[in-house]
Design a protein around this ligand. Structure first.
Ligand SMILES: [Zn+2]
Ligand SMILES: [Zn+2]
Length: 529
């Protein structure tokens, strides 16, 4: 009797503990107010970098300095090297270029660490970069087009002022000198997903360590709700959700939402589901649409940066997703992918869910961008005044589920292949690589769900694709990965793509598109390779 009571008590305790743990998941969900995205991205550095600066630059009289390293685009300083051989005087600091270049070339760059800026000290009272400092930063940025901004905080030292302080500044391409808030936090220890029983049966199916460090940035989380939840089930560790809407009754039949979520913001409902699935995933929610108030700099921070939370963490790969049926938002996300040099995935449901479409692009993987693959649609919208009238009315849930399922393999493949911590000997590599290699030059995917799609939507390609190979076989629920070449007269005969320039190497585009909010209708000038 006593034993039974003990067991009952233990079970009750366990139940209580579980409920408690799930309630605590909210610490892994962080809302970013849209207004916060208007401020320049803060200067984020690890506690160890900050201590090291204080121990070196901060502990001797001005001027001295050191170099900042981290993942390009993240604005997050994880590496620091004190420049012991610089030519310094009481009023100037000239970095030792030969030594620092060698450090970058031989140590940092092979480890995917890029130059992010310099910290240097000024004499007491001089807390801003000088004109000479600005010219120096400009020279470096001219030489590195991918560098979006050059971090240049100014330190006041203990011997000069009695205290060590750092004043955050960056030189940006469009705004010149910007003052930055600073954040100093400990670096996050990498998550080891294999220690969670949740992923015990898929440890050979995916490179779990690569996915645990990966980030999905989803513009829209309505129809894609199921997909996002499933990505948590695959072990993806970071999610940024951008959506202005709330869950409404009609969403029950068309999206993966629940009655208990009616009235909740879609970003909050999705975040709750993700943290209920994954024992470690973190979610940042932005309750807004991707409109023109969200700048490219803000998107860069969401894609690469260390986001608000208890520690400094930079994603090991990122997939930027256009999960909206608004053409202009999709077009902006595609351009953001090119400008930032990051993989993009988009999905679309056709009229009455009779077919679905997936597009994707990734520098170094797909030669064509999404605009190359869907140039006809761009022309319809931009030149023929087309307006989208397709809504989710009359769309069976099956179409949404099918679209979400078809995105899986691409998302996992892109996040793994592009991961900085990818294990090339992982058992999943041959399978993932074979799939990505096969689809890289076929980045427009059409899935016909309707056996009469040739007459209902006028899409004959499903019938012809099968008729050509196998007589008598019915084409139903068929996915066609359509071959794509970059749009350029000498490539496929089409006019040059105004977004990627049609060079066949999307990494050419990084940092060269200008403001992605402006959608060009034609090629303004040939971009140099
Ligand atoms: Zn200076
Ligand atoms: Zn293109």
């Amino acid at each position: 009797m006593k034993i039974i009571r003990t067991i009952a008590t233990t079970l009750a305790d366990l139940a209580g503990a579980t409920a408690h743990a799930i309630a605590l998941n909210t610490h892994r969900i962080i809302a970013i107010p849209p207004a916060e995205l208007k401020a320049p991205a803060p200067l984020v550095m690890t506690t160890s970098v900050s201590h090291e600066i204080m121990r070196t630059v901060g502990s001797q009289r001005a001027e001295s300095g050191g170099m900042f390293g981290g993942v390009r685009g993240s604005g997050t300083v994880t590496e620091y090297h004190f420049d012991t051989t610089a030519a310094t005087t009481g009023a100037t600091y000239y970095p030792d270029h030969l030594f620092l270049n060698r450090l970058l070339r031989e140590d940092w760059n092979p480890a995917n660490i890029n130059l992010l800026g310099f910290v240097h000290s000024h004499p007491a009272g001089s807390r801003r970069p000088s004109g000479q400092d600005l010219r120096y930063a400009q020279q470096i940025m001219d030489g590195i087009p991918e560098l979006d901004r050059f971090l240049m905080p100014i330190a006041q030292t203990i011997p000069d002022t009695g205290h060590f302080t750092m004043h955050g500044y960056a030189v940006t391409r469009d705004k010149g000198l910007e003052q930055l808030d600073g954040t100093v936090l400990p670096a996050r220890d990498p998550v080891d997903p294999t220690r969670f029983l949740e992923f015990d049966r898929v440890r050979d199916a995916y490179d779990l360590a690569a996915l645990a460090g990966a980030r999905i940035v989803a513009v829209g989380c309505g129809g894609s709700r199921g997909f996002l939840e499933e990505m948590a089930r695959c072990g993806v560790g970071e999610f940024v959700l951008i959506d202005p809407d709330v869950v409404a009754y009609p969403n029950i039949a068309t999206q993966h939402v629940y009655r208990s979520e009616i009235g909740m913001a879609k970003v909050d409902a999705t975040a709750k589901a993700i943290t209920d699935v994954s024992p470690f995933a973190r979610v940042w929610t932005i309750r807004a649409g991707l409109d023109d108030t969200i700048t490219d700099a803000a998107m860069r921070r969401l894609v690469f940066g260390s986001l608000p939370g208890p520690d400094v963490h930079v994603p090991t790969s990122t997939l930027l997703c256009a999960f909206t049926d608004d053409f202009y938002t999709q077009a902006r996300v595609s351009r953001l992918g090119l400008e930032l040099g990051v993989a993009v995935l988009g999905g679309l449901v056709y009229h009455q869910g009779r077919g679905v479409e997936i597009t994707f692009s990734a520098p170094g993987i797909t030669p064509a961008c999404i605009r190359c693959a869907t140039a006809g649609r761009y022309r319809s919208y931009l030149e023929q005044g087309y307006r989208n009238t397709v809504s989710s009315h009359g769309t069976p849930f099956y179409a949404t589920a099918r679209l979400n399922a078809a995105k899986h393999q691409l998302a996992i493949g892109l996040l793994t292949r592009l991961s900085r911590v990818r294990d090339v000997n992982h058992p999943s590599v041959p399978r993932v690589d074979a799939f990505l290699d096969a689809v890289a030059e076929r980045n427009l995917i059409l899935i016909g769900l309707d056996t009469e799609i040739g007459t209902t939507l006028g899409l004959k390609l499903f019938e012809t694709a099968v008729a050509e190979s196998t007589a008598g076989v019915l084409a139903a629920d068929l996915a066609l990965y359509r071959p794509q070449k970059p749009d350029r007269p000498d490539s496929n005969g089409y006019p040059t793509c105004p977004d990627c320039g049609g060079t066949g190497d999307l990494s050419d585009c990084v940092g060269r598109l200008g403001d992605t909010r402006v959608l060009p209708t034609s090629v303004i000038s040939e971009r140099s390779a």
